[in-house]
Structures are given as C-alpha cells and as structure tokens.
Write a protein that binds this ligand. Structure first.
Ligand SMILES: *[C@@H]1O[C@H](CO)[C@@H](O)[C@H](O)[C@H]1NC(C)=O
Ligand SMILES: *[C@@H]1O[C@H](CO)[C@@H](O)[C@H](O)[C@H]1NC(C)=O
Length: 277
C-alpha cells in the first residue's frame, strides 16, 4: 500500500489518539537499525513493541516509502516480504513483542530511512511509528599503499608515485601532500577506480609527479590520504620520505653507486658463465 495515500488519514487518527488517550498503551519501544550496513552481508533490523490491552493487527516495515515487510498474525501467510529497488528482503520472524527482518542492501553507497509501523486491530486500526536511517558503506581495512617512491631524488629528476587505496564503498578520494601541503591534481593525473568487487567495493589510485626543485636539499615527506566521503569522513594515510641530493652530495653518491654497479656486473658475469657451463 502506498504510504503517502494513507498518511493523511493516519495523521488524523494520530491526532485523535493524542486527544482521546493521553496515555497510549500500544507503542514501539525500540527500533534497532544499524547506522552503517556492509553491502557484503545482510543487515538485521528489529522492531520492539508493547500492546498492553490492545490486539496487534499488523507490523510493517518500510524502506523510505516502500513497504518491504508485513506481519499479520491473523492471516496466512503471517509474514510477507516485498523486494524493492535498493534492497532485497531475505526473511523475517516475529514474536508477540518484536519482529526481526534481514535485508540485503544493494551495492550502492546510499542512505535510506527505515520505518516500523504497528497497528492495533480494527475497527480503529490505530498506529504507532518509529524511523531510523541506515547508510550502506564498506570501510577500508588497510592504509593506502605508495609505489614508485624513490629513496633519493637527484637535481632535475622527477618521479611518478602511485597511491592505491584499499577497497571501499564509496570509493576513496585520494589526496597527495608534500610536507603537509595539499597538491593540486594535474588534469591528466586524476583518481582512477578499479573494477567493482562483490558488494560494489572499489579501490582508487592516483599518481603524483614529484619534481626535484633546483637548489634544494634535505628531505621531503610525501603523504597520500585516502578519504571516504561519509559523515563523518573516514581518513587513512601513508607516508614516504624522499631524500633530495645536491650536486656536491651527488658526486659522493655517484662514486658509491659506481661501486654498486661494478658489483652488480660481477654477479651478472658469474651468472652468465654458470649458464654456459
Ligand atoms: C527477492 O529477490 C531474491 C533475489 O532475486 C529472491 O530470491 C527472493 O525470492 C525475492 N523475494 C521476494 C519476496 O520476492
Ligand atoms: C597505480 O597502481 C594501481 C594499482 O596497482 C594500478 O591499477 C594503476 O593502473 C596504477 N596507475 C598508474 C597510472 O600506473
């Protein structure tokens, strides 16, 4: 049944109830709806109520304006489930003072209002309602990972660093910082999204072009931040330290590197010989 069509009638009834019985004995004592639902598993919603001297006609659960569950103790079947866009109703059960419903949210980062509505038996069919919001979200388990960060950067050199976030829903936004200064993304280095995993989770990645400014030495702290735009935002980050070499430091470094190269060549030669004999 459409909630909007009957809302006015119900509002009037509620007003009458308020006027006639200042202490309404039938009521919803608690509506349990998880604040966050993981799109990879069913969420359990429960509605707890007391009827006192009233007889229960029905318990209904709505997702926004759509009815997804109905319990009529005097009808057969007592429980009816309704799949609607955005949610699949897996099942439910009721006792005299509560109903429990399992819903599988669609793999989309959305927020929806879940309303429990109880109604007394006719002819009055008086109702009570409670509403709570549920947001579909999958938080990342791990910090983002930086690849391609050089330990040392020489004058005039540049490096391409890649930061990849863990899978999440919604996908993370990637921010790069150099010494705590937010780097504006270059137009050709925007956040890329992976293919979706079960539950709609995706990982994001974005490349930072790190240029060695002339006449600079010391170290740079490069930090990558993966931000999940939920309320409040969830932030995970990772840092890398890059040492900048001046021209004078460079000559020392090069002579050391030459030794390393020579060593590597020895190994290569030995390996080649082994292959031949
Ligand atoms: C809801 O959808 C699921 C999956 O498509 C299906 O298995 C189930 O029977 C449907 N339930 C109802 C009440 O239509
Ligand atoms: C960055 O790394 C991710 C994960 O390995 C990869 O999918 C993506 O293509 C990389 N981006 C670039 C521009 O190399």
């Amino acid at each position: 049944m459409n909630l909007l069509d009957i809302r006015n009638v119900k509002m009037t009834l509620l007003l009458l109830i308020g006027l006639c019985a200042m202490t309404s004995a039938y009521k919803i004592t608690q509506l349990k709806v998880p604040l966050y639902a993981d799109p990879r598993r069913a969420a359990e919603l429960s509605c707890h109520f007391i009827m006192d001297d009233y007889e229960l006609h029905s318990v209904k659960l709505y997702r926004d304006l759509d009815e997804i569950f109905r319990y009529n103790p005097s009808q057969k079947p007592q429980i009816r489930l309704y799949n609607v866009t955005g949610v699949m109703v897996q099942g439910g059960e009721c006792e005299s003072e509560w109903c429990l419903v399992r819903v599988m949210p669609a793999p989309v980062a959305t927020q929806a209002a879940y309303t429990c509505e109880i109604s007394t038996e006719g002819p009055k069919f008086m109702i009570a309602r409670k509403t709570k919001q549920m947001t579909v979200v999958a938080l990342p388990d791990r910090d983002p990972v930086i690849t391609g960060a050089p330990r040392i950067l020489k004058p005039g050199e540049q490096a391409l660093l890649n930061c990849t976030s863990d899978y999440s829903l919604p996908a993370s936004v990637i921010n790069w910082y150099i010494d705590d200064e937010l780097q504006k993304p270059e137009p050709w280095l925007r956040t890329e999204l992976s293919e979706p995993q079960p539950g709609g989770l995706r990982s994001s990645s974005r490349v930072l072009r790190l240029k060695m400014p002339p006449e600079t030495t010391g170290t740079l702290r490069v930090r990558c931040e993966a931000v999940l735009m939920v309320e409040p935002p969830v932030v995970r980050d990772t840092s890398a330290i890059v040492t900048l070499l001046s021209q004078t430091q460079l000559s020392k470094y090069v002579s050391k590197a030459d030794i390393n190269t020579a060593h590597a060549m020895n190994i290569a030669i030995v390996w080649t010989l082994n292959k031949f004999f």
